[in-house]
Structures are given as C-alpha cells and as structure tokens.
Design a protein around this ligand. Sequence first.
Ligand code: HEM
Length: 413
Amino acid sequence: MTQPLIRQILDYENRADPYPLYAKLRETPVLHDGHGTYVVSTYWEILSLLHDPRVSSDRRKRTVQDIYGMTDDGGDGGEGATLPPPFLRLDPPEHDRLRTVTNRSFGPPHSPRRVLEMRGELEAVVSGLIDGIEDTGRIDLVEQFSYPFPVTAICRLLGVPREDEARFHTWADTLAASLDPMPGEDPTERNQRTRDAQLQLGGYLAGLIEERRSRPGDDMLSALAAGSGADDTLSTMEAITTAALLLIAGHETTVNLITNGMLTLLRNPEVLKRLRDDPLLAPRIVEELLRYEPPVQLMPNRTAVADIDIGGLTIPSGAALWLVPGSGNRDPRRFADPDRFDPDREDIEHLGFGSGIHICFGAPLARQETELALIHLARRLHNPRLLEDPPPYRSNAVLRGPRHLYLGCDDIR
Ligand code: HEM
C-alpha cells in the first residue's frame, strides 16, 4: 500500500532523491495529514509563513500531539533537553533580544568583521585537513574533511582554546549523532548520551564564560559573556545556550552543504572545471547549492498560534506546521528549470537559510567555509571521481546529507 505523502518524506527510501516526491507534494501546496499536521511545500506559501507573526517557533505553543516522532531533535532544546530553548526556538520579544545581543558580538550584519578576519585562519585549516587526507584509493570526504572542518571553525569563532578543540569535537559528534538515529538504536540510550553530552558541553562552556568575564579576549565568547549594559547582558545560562546553539546549528548543516557541494560538482564536471580555473565562481556555486541541495530540507517545528487561511485551507490555531524548503526551492512557479544545477542563474532567492526573523544567523560564516572548502578541494584533488553514486545518506530527513562520500583521485597536491 502507498504510504501517505507525509510519511514518505520521512521514509529513508526517498532520502537519496526526495525531489520527485516533492513534485507530487506541490500538487497540494498545503496538505493536511488528517491529524494535526499541515505540510507546506510551495515557495510562496513557505515564504509567506516564514514572515507571518501568527507562526511560532516555540514548540511549547503546540496543542496537537506529534505522531511522527519529530519532537526530540536533540541538542537544541527539544524534549528532555538539559538546556533551555535557544533563540532558534523562541518567539519575539525573547528571540529578538537574544539575537540582537548575539549579533553585536558577531560584528555588523552581512559582512561581520569576525568572519572576514577569520578567512586566512580558515584557509589554513582547510589546507591542513587536505594535507592530512590519507589517499588509500578510497577517500571518505565526510570523515576526512567535511565533518571536522565546521566544528573547528565554530571553535575558532567562539575562541575555544586549541587544546580543548578535541573535546568539543566529541560533544559535537554526539549531538550530531542524536539528530541521526541509526536503525535499531535504542532511543532511551541515545537520549541519555545526548543529555550527557549537553551537560558536559554546558559545564565546559560555563567555566569558559566565567573565565572570559574576568579575563576577556577578542573572541565571540568574551563578547557574549560581557554585554554592555542592563538590557544587553546575557545571563550565564543564556550565554551557554547561545554558544551551544552556534555549535549545533553551524555543524551538521555546513557538513552537509560541503558534502552536497562536492557531490554536485562531481556530477557536473564542467562546473567543477570552471571552479578550478576561476575561484571567483565559488560564491555563485554556493548560492545555487543552497537552492538545489539545501542541507535544511524540512522545518517541522512551526506552530500556528491563530487560524491562518492559506492555499485554500484554514490552518487552525495550535496546529503543527511542516515547511519544506527543499521543495520550495524546486518550485517551478518560482524558479525556471528548477531541477537543473545552474550557478549562472540570475534570480536565486532560495530558502536554504530560511527567511524572516529566524533567517540563518551564521550565513556569512557558512558561505565562507563552503566557498573555501570547494575552491581548495577543486584545486588540490586531481581527477577526482565518485566511487559510489548515490552515496549512502544519513537517516535524518530534516538535515539531509550523505553519511559518507567515497572518492578516488589521481593525486592530492
Ligand atoms: C538558523 C540553515 C550554518 C547559526 C538557520 C535556519 C536555517 C539555517 C534554514 C532557519 C531555521 C528556522 O527558521 O527554523 C543553515 C545552513 C547552514 C547554516 C544551511 C550551513 C550551510 C550556520 C552556522 C551558524 C548558524 C555556521 C553559526 C555560526 C544559526 C542560528 C540560527 C540559524 C543561530 C537561528 C536564527 C534565529 O532563530 O534567529 N540556519 N545554517 N547556522 N542558524 Fe544556520
């Protein structure tokens, strides 16, 4: 029997190529599952809801029961979490206060000083990781490159001492694994591991924040710890939660964009060649990737807090909303020839970083990391080829990306 479309989104069978399923979903822009969940799959409707103050990101406002097991998304304030919800999961005014204070410690919007200053340092991290790739004839790009890079970048952004980076990687790995349950894994054990990692990370960050309060440095954690006035100061708990949010939100997402990026370039060798010859093409490639293969495919955490008329339906107050940016980005009513990867596209306002008040805070850093990664991989891997296509995917339907990406190449120089 065919499963209802909403179940098919979660079905692992559709992970490698969810796009034909999304085309079917878009025939009904707003789909009611018959219980309390509404799935929105078309570009304009998703965009409108992301800007709608009647849509909440605070799970505590939901009145329907989740029947799809999407309540615990690990590490970010989900059910059973040890830290309070971070601003990703809060509404105004709390969201705006926390985001504004955090923004100040990041630098001016669009070209944050900290991100620009980090470019040389990140380039050195990329080079070091590529130098360290062991070419045994079968390189796993995820393990050897995409996975370690973003955690190192967040550590440098926050100002985590180098000698502690390895511990940070371990916590980040556990929290990321909590988003990606393995078949047959015991959920109670997994939740316990997640909670332990959250507690250890929280304890570690608390210590570091106290230290930076008394001896500030020129890093983001010092800025988060300090604030500059009554309204501007984060409590220690808020600073911990925010630092943990930056780690979690900036980890798996960036891993997947880099990996999806190499996969897409290897499937489009003429674009890979153009990038090798002209690194200035990188920003366009990254933007088109965020449309074509966005790491955040599904946002299952929104709740209607008033009745909303949209797409010919009324979504009742308290209902759960699943927005599907992975589908909106391929909506032919918005993008011409949407299933074609085309970095020369002029019009590319994708939903890959979301939109509205929760639009990705780390976008400048994510763009810079992915550009540097793709430029250097394109230049240094000679005659790279995919050894398995499609690659094995992670189970996660929200943050979608390959678990491994096996490559062969003639040389790494
Ligand atoms: C929010 C995607 C990297 C920090 C978001 C949202 C998306 C997104 C779609 C909106 C979520 C929503 O509306 O519910 C991505 C992608 C990334 C990436 C695809 C990498 C390619 C990063 C990085 C950081 C970061 C590197 C940290 C430095 C955040 C934060 C939020 C957020 C803090 C919450 C913003 C808010 O609620 O106001 N991201 N992100 N992200 N992202 Fe990213």
